[in-house]
Design a protein around this ligand. Structure first.
Ligand SMILES: Nc1ncnc2c1ncn2[C@@H]1O[C@H](COP(=O)(O)OP(=O)(O)OP(=O)(O)O)[C@@H](O)[C@H]1O
Length: 261
């Protein structure tokens, strides 16, 4: 796929040739959006990893808007900062410089308690599925609902989420008795069981065959359309692009030049 195609929104084809005009329009649009319609508003974010006296700049003044009910696919070369951005949006890392508003909460000055509250409204699908081996599929998903008890209602919700991802017949299986793709689907069920307002996914289809990928993508679309949640997925998987409302390319810690905000 050519870069200009990667940068094309489904509704509004954008090519690199019309960069300046489009970016200006996008900036104006972003400014005019009514309050509340944006789920993510990032401005001039910088992020460096610091270790052993050295510092690695990873995000270099990135700005971005994500609207309600939008599915955004985040692409770009390895090391361009996609996962770092996702973890900042998910309040899993602390923003160092710039402004980042997620679900109406500014994270630049948020307390630990505020970040925890925000995280409860977000569903995460990690690159590694992070399931607990000692628990069944149903228990792993229930855990996202309520840490202190695995009550009947939560079990039903977990079963419902697992059925949505095609694992209604695997409720009692433990991760080590399931394939990598099945574990990945359990982690997707865990991410959606709380009916999150924002779903963040890192390579959600990497371990899935074509049939499961199709099913997951249709489910993401339904979730976004029916519940008004938004989704940001880091992906290299060309199979996911059709479901995207917008495909954003990152390069060297910024949006690729010419990408509308
Ligand atoms: N915890 C960390 N400590 C130090 N450097 C890190 C850490 N996490 C990531 N990096 C570095 O930051 C850069 C960006 O990493 P990041 O995972 O955000 O990129 P990415 O675009 O998601 O890459 P990929 O597509 O390979 O997953 C890379 O050079 C990576 O090695």
């Amino acid at each position: 796929m050519r870069t200009s195609e990667v940068l094309a929104s489904k509704d509004d084809a954008v090519t690199l040739d019309s960069t300046a005009e489009r970016t200006t329009e996008a900036n104006e649009d972003a400014g005019e959006r009514p309050a509340g319609s944006q789920v993510v508003r990032a401005r001039e974010i910088h992020y460096d990893y610091v270790s052993g006296g050295g510092s690695l700049p990873v995000l270099n003044g990135l700005s971005l808007d994500i609207a309600e009910s939008e599915i955004v696919m985040l692409t770009g070369p390895s090391g361009s900062g996609k996962t770092t951005l996702l973890t900042l949006i998910g309040a899993l890392r602390t923003i160092q410089r710039g402004s980042l508003e997620v679900l109406g909460k500014e994270l630049a000055c948020a307390s630990g308690a505020d970040r925890l509250t925000l995280r409860r409204e977000i569903g995460f699908v990690f690159q590694t599925h992070n399931l607990l081996d000692a628990l069944t599929a149903s228990q792993n998903v229930s855990l996202a609902l309520e840490l202190k008890s695995v009550c009947r209602e939560n079990r039903d919700k977990a079963a419902d989420a697992l059925t949505k991802v095609g694992l209604g017949h695997r409720l009692g299986h433990r991760p080590n008795a399931m394939s990598i793709g099945e574990c990945q689907r359990v982690s997707i069920a865990r991410a959606i069981v709380n009916r999150p307002r924002l779903l963040l996914a890192d390579e959600p289809t990497a371990a899935l065959d074509n049939k499961s990928t199709e099913r997951m993508l249709a489910m993401f679309r339904d979730l976004v359309d029916a519940e008004g949640c938004s989704m940001i997925a880091v992906t290299h998987d060309p199979r996911t692009m059709d479901v995207a409302d917008r495909i954003i390319a990152m390069d060297d810690g910024r949006l690729h030049p010419g990408t509308p905000l």
